[in-house]
Ligand binder design. Structure first.
Ligand SMILES: Cc1cc2nc3c(=O)[nH]c(=O)nc-3n(C[C@H](O)[C@H](O)[C@H](O)COP(=O)(O)O)c2cc1C
Length: 422
């Protein structure tokens, strides 16, 4: 049988383009309303997506003179949202991002057990160690722990949570679970029967060597950026080698890179539509968005001057090596800050951006799958909900006609849908 495509819908409230919320078919005012989540959940289910995914944002956005209303992606609590969406859908999976750096395993295990139980086995956990250093301020800390410590804690956290889920039993006698690690101590028990899926699907979204090692040992699905097909093939090959080395079956782990898209009846129209959306981002918005991506407030800098590379490297809140790698070439080229920032918004968070017709997108997705670049895609509509509607109405039928996307859900749980054994 030809390889099937797995589809996730990464539904940040206003879409993935920083200016997408200004598009005429975007409805940013709806992102705090139940009707909106009901309709986009049902839309994704009509498109036979495996799952909906929500990120989290734990950082303060208003600090240090930032103007969050211009660039913030309003993100409500993912588990609360997905529980509500689970009530108005029947089959689609519900993957919530929850950090292992700022919570405790008993409470997190309890919340996922609840989500899995009340939705008949549709829960997934995108395990992150938290990207934004400003998150620390919201949790009584001055600084985020450094990355390898965060991943060491993540390993223990997941072991403790899995221990709790595995201990559930319906005989009314929950076995106590004791966990003693370097970062996690837990004495807990999980009343109630085994979860419908045994455990929620474990998803990972880190890129560094520590993140990849964690994914190789733990993840059942991986969410990553893949700017080109070649990047996707290289990432998947690297992960397959690491997963084999960790003693697991690489084919059992689904790799789901992000895919942003702009669709129209012809390629020229799609490019024009994309340009029009990008034009909604004025230079100041682009600079603000760039500042968010590099952990350095650029508000006081002249857009016409070169990128203030030395200031950024000295002052960034993010790991200096990552920021140096990202900026050294453009800074050396002498490009003005405003011009660079306006280019930067064209590749939202390093994910690939497709511009073309529905048929071209369907062909491109099939080609990536057949080339071994990925097992599916995490779709990131440029704006919501209009662009997702176009995908469901026009691309999904093409994938189904090509025999690459299911016509219906194979079973009640997310594990059934993703083909991932417990
Ligand atoms: C595609 C993708 C999505 C992510 N989503 C989130 C998120 O919603 N919340 C968050 O705190 N971190 C998110 N992260 C970052 C993770 O927290 C990750 O642990 C962090 O980037 C640090 O690890 P790394 O250097 O291994 O990537 C995401 C990362 C990737 C690659």
């Amino acid at each position: 049988m030809t390889k099937q495509i797995h589809l996730w819908a990464f539904l940040q409230g206003i879409g993935h383009y920083p200016s997408g919320w200004r598009h005429a078919d975007a409805t940013p005012q709806d992102v705090f309303s139940m009707d909106y989540y009901k309709s986009v959940g049902q839309l994704a289910e009509r498109g036979r997506f495996d799952s909906i995914v929500f990120g989290d944002q734990l950082q303060s956005r208003g600090a240090n003179g930032h103007t969050p209303e211009r660039v913030a992606i309003p993100t409500l609590d993912p588990i609360a949202l997905l529980a509500a969406m689970g009530a108005v859908t029947k089959h689609i999976g519900l993957v919530a991002t929850v950090s292992t750096t700022y919570f405790e395993p008993e409470a997190v295990a309890e919340r996922f057990a609840t989500l899995d139980r009340i939705t008949g086995g549709r829960a997934g956990w995108n395990i992150v160690t938290t990207a934004h250093p400003a998150s620390a301020w919201n949790f009584g800390q001055d600084e985020m722990p450094e990355k390898s410590t965060r991943y060491a804690r993540a390993n223990e956290f997941v072991e403790a949570a899995c221990g709790l889920w595995d201990s559930a039993s319906s005989d009314g006698n929950p076995a106590p679970v004791q966990y003693r690690g370097e970062h996690i101590t837990m004495d807990a028990s999980m009343p109630g029967p085994l979860l419908p899926q045994g455990r929620p699907i474990l998803v990972q979204a880190g890129q560094s060597p520590d993140g990849r090692a964690f994914a190789a040992a733990t993840a059942e699905a991986i969410f990553c950026p893949a700017p080109t097909k070649e990047d996707g093939i290289a990432f998947r090959n690297d992960m397959h080698a690491r997963i084999s080395a960790a003693g697991r079956d690489p084919e059992a782990v689904k790799i789901m890179p992000g895919l942003s898209f702009i669709l129209a009846d012809s390629e020229e129209e799609a490019i024009a539509k994309d340009e029009a959306i990008l034009d909604l981002a004025d230079e100041a918005l682009c600079i603000e968005y760039l500042g968010e991506s590099i952990g350095f407030w650029l508000g006081g800098h002249d857009p016409k001057e070169p990128i203030p590379f030395d200031d950024i490297v000295a002052g960034t809140e993010f790991p200096v090596a990552d920021i140096t790698r990202m900026l050294e070439k453009p800074a050396a080229s002498g490009i003005a800050l405003g011009e660079f920032a306006s280019k930067h918004v064209r590749t939202p968070r390093g994910h690939t951006v497709f511009r073309g017709t529905p048929q071209q997108l369907a062909d491109r997705m099939i080609d990536w799958i057949d080339s071994g670049a990925c097992d599916g895609f995490t779709l990131q509509p440029a704006y919501m909900p209009g662009e997702l509607e176009i995908f469901v109405d026009q691309v999904v039928p093409l994938l189904q006609q090509a025999g690459r996307l299911r016509l219906d859900y194979p079973g009640p749980t997310l594990r059934d849908t993703m083909g991932i054994a417990a």
